[in-house]
Design a protein around this ligand. Structure first.
Ligand SMILES: Cc1cc2nc3c(=O)[nH]c(=O)nc-3n(C[C@H](O)[C@H](O)[C@H](O)COP(=O)(O)OP(=O)(O)OC[C@H]3O[C@@H](n4cnc5c(N)ncnc54)[C@H](O)[C@@H]3O)c2cc1C
Length: 281
């Protein structure tokens, strides 16, 4: 076999393994939930049924010819298989999300996904503790929904700058989760206070696992608590990414796996990783 044929075959195998799904959805609604975050619902047949909590879509926020060139990754906030709808909750921040914020009902949206490895819930667990910072709650929301459907007890700590930035408290309470909002404004989100609260919840509630997203500081604290208490944990990691399908390696980070430093792609091996594997300088 010639070298060129071998290369072509390797590319074909890689393409089959990736199974990328690109679709053009239709925006159903795109509404402000407060002065910084928007909630977008997109109708796109067949994708809500196969999306898992913790997975994400890579969204083309502008127009391909006008940029921005790079798609922006957004977690699945809710999936509604009966209506063929995927929901996103996003912080309107820079060029990409500002363009996304301009979409109106009826507009098309080009999306690729669902991508990455989502959260796993062990059927032996009875109680889980979820700690979200800011818009990290969007990534954790479908996990809470699935855990509650499986009748697990769920404690949710929602941390944000101000009470106005606390999202999802009512929604999680309606699912039957125990919700603990904490804010920078009143000092209740301070790391030491939060650590005591986490440890108290772990002690009282017989927590089986910890989940987090949205803050490196919180992740580090939870990783240390998880290691000290011998608890499993998972974190959804955020990293700038270009292709989102593992080819460009742009989102590679160092993780600590089996006692060794390993380079893993957030888009492909993640974005959800075991808590004990995260490494911060
Ligand atoms: C797996 C995953 C899930 C996420 N889920 C959510 C969510 O549910 N809700 C939410 O609000 N946020 C989420 N984020 C964060 C979100 O993707 C960023 O806030 C968003 O990409 C910001 O884009 P922007 O252009 O508005 O911001 P900007 O802050 O303006 O971008 C800053 C700079 O970074 C560069 N940049 C931006 N994106 C990329 C990229 N992908 N690769 C390389 N450079 C880049 C831009 O060119 C710009 O110069 C998620 C991130 C990841 C990795």
């Amino acid at each position: 076999m010639s070298q060129r044929t071998e290369v072509r075959r390797a590319i074909e195998v890689e393409r089959q393994a990736i199974d990328v799904r690109q679709a053009i959805g239709v925006v159903v609604s795109n509404d402000w939930v407060n002065d910084r975050y928007k909630h977008m619902t997109v109708c796109v047949p067949g994708l809500a049924q196969v999306s898992q909590p913790g997975q994400f879509f890579h969204l083309l926020c502008g127009v391909a010819s006008a940029g921005p060139l790079l798609r922006r990754p957004m977690s699945v906030y809710k999936m509604d298989p009966l209506r063929n709808e995927i929901h996103f909750l996003y912080h309107v921040k820079g060029e990409g999300t500002q363009l996304l914020a301009q979409r109106q009902g009826g507009d098309p949206l080009d999306l690729v996904g669902p991508l990455g490895q989502g959260f796993t819930l062990n059927s032996r667990w009875h109680r889980v503790l979820v700690v979200a910072r800011g818009v990290g709650m969007a990534t954790l929301a479908p996990l809470v929904a699935v855990a509650r459907r499986r009748e697990m007890a769920v404690d949710v700590i929602l941390s944000a700058r101000t009470p106005r930035d606390i999202l999802g408290a009512r929604e999680f309470a309606a699912m039957g989760a125990h919700v603990f909002p904490v804010t920078d404004e009143d000092g209740s989100s301070d790391l030491a206070t939060l650590q005591s609260r986490v440890e108290a919840l772990v002690d009282q509630g017989q927590t089986d696992a910890l989940f987090t997203c949205g803050s490196a500081r919180l992740t580090r604290m939870l990783r240390d608590v998880a290691i000290r208490r011998g608890l499993p944990g998972q974190v959804a990691v955020e990293e700038h990414m270009a292709c989102g399908i593992g080819m460009c390696q742009g989102c590679t980070r160092v993780f600590r796996r089996d006692g060794k430093d390993v380079h893993l792609r957030v888009c492909q091996e993640g974005p959800v990783f075991p808590l004990e594997e995260v490494v911060y300088p």
